[in-house]
Design a protein around this ligand. Structure first.
Ligand code: FAD
Length: 485
């Protein structure tokens, strides 16, 4: 069967939806639509606009391997630049005509007789496709703290994920709930304008210096005219990232080296005393996402800024109450409290025998090699449970995942199969193998309390190994791991 005859729906036009579209076209699959609920492609980098938002991974590493960007302005790119890059990529890859914007998919149903998926949009339209690839992103739905009174606050409040640009923050008393990835970027910006900025920290994070370097015009010309130089810089940046795998491996010397480096950074930036003590992490490196920032610690030491080393216990009409009983009045409360990770109840998916994806995933989300789930034929995740590798940039794992998915589809077409469903025994074997490996890493060990581990103590977010292992597993895989009908 000709690849062009296969009808494929991709959901989401962020980095992984674009990578999927690129790979589909490269392999001759032309009959596909990328559904995107937003008004523009770009995913995270279009949807989020909070002050200070920038990528915490080196710019040339956080880039499609087939679309190097000599124009990055600095060694760490800011949101607007990444959004523009992704939108340029959509055009350059020939995906603009394939992307259907402003279309939120709310449900999917697999019809066994036709081996086809019916998708329904929020507006009530129905679409039929043979294959669905979910590229909806895993850090998407705002997570609020579950404390009483959130709705009673009489000032303005919002989650960092949907910034309210209508409210002027100059001269306001602002409370930031949370001190992790988004807070370290937002705090230095708001510290410049707020009368009083209170940062609520439940647990401290490991923070490394970022050392952001602005690229001069001359340097960018070098990147443009000397592709070998650009590749070398990208390789260097990817190498730095690759060290992270060792640094999150329990018992590895590099974990101590990273912790020592981060501790030295605190000592250089924060004088001895309560603040330094409060900012010094008690968990091992990598239990929570390692952060980079040059201006978070200095911002916390401004006169108008206070770090409160306590969680949130209640929100009142006038402000907040901390876990240790302190009442803090506020004009604005901003929740930097993260995301519901891998929230499969975001859309209603019914697979074979009417089984529901959110129920199957439940507290123990599992996928085969991060891309397929038993019971859901012809349905794939661009980045599913444990389908992300920590020691490479997001793009590298996504490109690997979609390469595997599209090569499965090519083989399916060659064999003339109607549907592919991962074999139950291999799915189980693979997940059991992973289960034994989680305890090797700080983020997967029982002592770690972070978004990497869910309420049931499972660690469904990351792959428990390095990219070399992940890639080998994918290369060894293929259609033999699937039942075909
Ligand atoms: C604020 C923030 C900062 C981040 N910073 C970094 C960073 O510094 N470094 C890093 O490596 N990673 C970072 N990440 C992770 C980041 O999400 C990934 O790097 C990457 O953008 C994910 O790409 P994606 O395409 O898989 O998902 P997303 O970028 O989330 O894109 C998913 C797309 O699917 C669309 N969509 C979702 N549901 C539906 C639906 N039902 N119907 C239609 N369309 C739908 C969304 O609108 C979105 O456009 C950050 C994430 C967030 C939220």
């Amino acid at each position: 069967m000709d690849p062009a005859s296969l009808r494929i729906a991709v959901i989401g036009a962020g980095p992984s939806g674009l990578a999927t579209g690129h790979e589909l076209l490269a392999q001759g699959f032309t009959n596909f639509t990328i559904f995107e609920k937003a008004a523009k492609p770009g995913g995270t980098w279009h949807l989020h606009t909070y002050p200070g938002l920038a990528c915490d991974v080196w710019a040339h590493a956080y880039t499609f391997s087939y679309a190097p960007n000599p124009e990055w302005n600095a060694s760490f790119a800011e949101q607007a630049e990444i959004e523009a890059y992704l939108q340029r990529c959509a055009t350059a890859f020939g995906l603009d005509p394939k992307i259907q914007l402003d279309t939120r998919i709310v449900s999917l149903r697999f019809d066994e007789a036709d081996a086809a998926w019916t998708l329904e949009s929020e507006a009530g339209e129905h679409f039929e496709f043979d294959v669905v690839i979910s590229a909806m992103g895993n850090q998407h739905t705002a997570l609020y703290p579950s404390v009483p009174g959130i709705d009673t606050f009489e000032g303005d409040s919002w989650h960092a994920t949907r910034w309210n640009h209508e409210v002027a923050l100059e001269g306001k008393r602002i409370v930031i709930v949370g001190s992790a990835a988004s807070a370290v970027q937002i705090v230095p910006e708001l510290a410049k304008v707020a009368t009083q900025l209170t940062v609520l920290q439940r647990t401290p994070n490991w923070i490394m210096p970022r050392g952001r370097q602005i690229y001069s015009r001359r340097q960018r010309n070098f990147f443009r005219w000397l592709p070998g130089y650009l590749q070398a810089v990208q390789k260097g940046q990817r190498f730095l990232m690759s060290l992270v795998h060792d640094a999150v491996t329990l018992g590895h010397k590099r974990m101590e080296d990273f912790e020592k480096r981060a501790r030295k950074f605190i000592h250089q930036q924060v004088p001895e005393g309560d603040l330094r003590e409060a900012l010094t992490p008690k968990s091992r490196y990598g239990c929570k996402r390692g952060l980079v920032s040059d201006d978070f610690y200095p911002a916390l030491q401004r006169e108008n800024v206070e770090l409160v080393a306590s969680g949130l216990s209640e929100v009142t009409k006038e402000g907040i109450v901390t876990a240790d009983g302190r009442r803090i009045p506020a004009d604005v409360i901003i929740y930097c409290t993260g995301y519901r990770i891998l929230d499969f109840d975001r859309f209603a998916v019914r697979g074979r025998d009417g089984r529901r994806l959110d129920e199957v995933m439940g507290e123990t989300p599992e996928a085969h090699k991060g891309i397929a789930a038993r019971g859901f034929p012809n349905f794939f995740f661009a980045v599913g449970p444990n389908g992300l590798v920590l020691n490479v940039p997001y793009f590298v794992t996504v490109e690997r995942n979609v390469k595997s998915i599209v090569s499965l589809l090519l083989e399916k077409q060659r064999q003339g199969a109607r549907a592919l469903e991962v074999r139950e025994d291999l799915h189980r074997e693979y997940n059991d193998w992973m289960e034994e490996r989680f305890a090797l890493y700080s983020w997967g060990s029982a002592s770690c309390d972070s978004y990497y581990r869910n309420a049931a103590g499972r660690a469904p977010f990351l792959f428990p190994g390095d990219f070399k292992t992940y890639e080998r597993l994918h290369e060894e895989g293929g259609i033999a791991e699937y039942e075909t009908v």
